[in-house]
Design a binder for this molecule. Structure first.
Ligand code: ADP
Ligand code: MG
Length: 215
């Protein structure tokens, strides 16, 4: 299974559906250690992304999956005010840029490189290290699990399932951490004992990839 335009669109739509289903939980997590808007931020962003995909100015199919994912990122940046908008926006733009038009659709290994570019973009912008209690703590183990699966011969569905498991584990493992980046860091030690909302939304993103690639 390769990453074609159809798969990229299915992924983005699945993320939008997951955000729609889970925005209250994300906002609750952000109420505990932030300002209680993570779910509504992402909901606003992905509602706008769906409007683009369904609108007259949707990305042209011949731009390939890269154009669709880049446009997703641009839309998130322009519609989401919180930290997560620019971070996820840059991530999707970097994933899109790693899948240029006119190339054969990426296989599992190629898409792994695109996902790595997404994480690099998040880290370049936010300067968070693993352990700082951010979405980096979900994305990093997701990517590690994805790459390990590919190295062991897995195709996209199996690698995506591994990544989803890694992201969910990483999100859970943010609970004992003290936040060192973003709003939650203002709480100092009081951020301990809560799951990071951005790590939780990153887990949704990888679970959506696993869901749409599973048989
Ligand atoms: P805001 O913090 O502006 O209200 P959101 O609530 O939408 O934005 O997003 C908060 C999430 O953004 C956090 O849970 C964290 O995962 C992520 N985040 C914040 N700052 C950073 C950063 N510097 N690097 C990576 N992720 C970050
Ligand atoms: Mg917030």
């Amino acid at each position: 299974m390769d990453v074609d335009t159809r798969l990229a669109e299915d992924w983005v739509r699945a993320i939008a559906a997951a955000v729609e289903r889970e925005h209250e939980r994300l906002t609750e997590l952000d109420s505990a250690i932030g300002d209680g808007d993570h779910g509504s931020n992402l909901r606003r962003g992905f509602t706008a992304v769906l409007a683009v995909l369904d609108g007259p100015d949707a990305p042209a199919p011949d731009g390939g999956p890269g154009a669709l994912l880049t446009r997703t990122g641009t839309t998130l940046i322009s519609k989401v005010g919180g930290a997560s908008g620019p971070l996820y926006g840059k991530a999707f733009r970097a994933i899109g840029a790693a899948l240029p038009p006119g190339q054969p659709p990426a296989d599992a290994a190629g898409f792994g490189e695109a996902l790595a570019a997404g994480l690099r973009a998040v880290r370049d912008l936010g300067r968070a290290e693993p352990g700082d209690k951010t979405l980096v703590d979900a994305w990093t183990p997701a990517l590690e699990a994805y790459r390990a699966a590919v190295a062991a011969g897995a195709g996209l569905p199996e690698a995506a399932a591994a990544a989803a498991g890694g992201a969910e584990r990483g999100a859970r493992d943010t609970e004992p951490l003290q936040a060192r980046k973003g709003r939650a860091s203002y709480l100092g030690p009081r951020s301990v004992g809560h799951r990071d909302p951005g790590a939780a939304s990153t887990a949704l993103l990888f679970r959506a990839l696993a869901d749409i690639t599973a048989g």
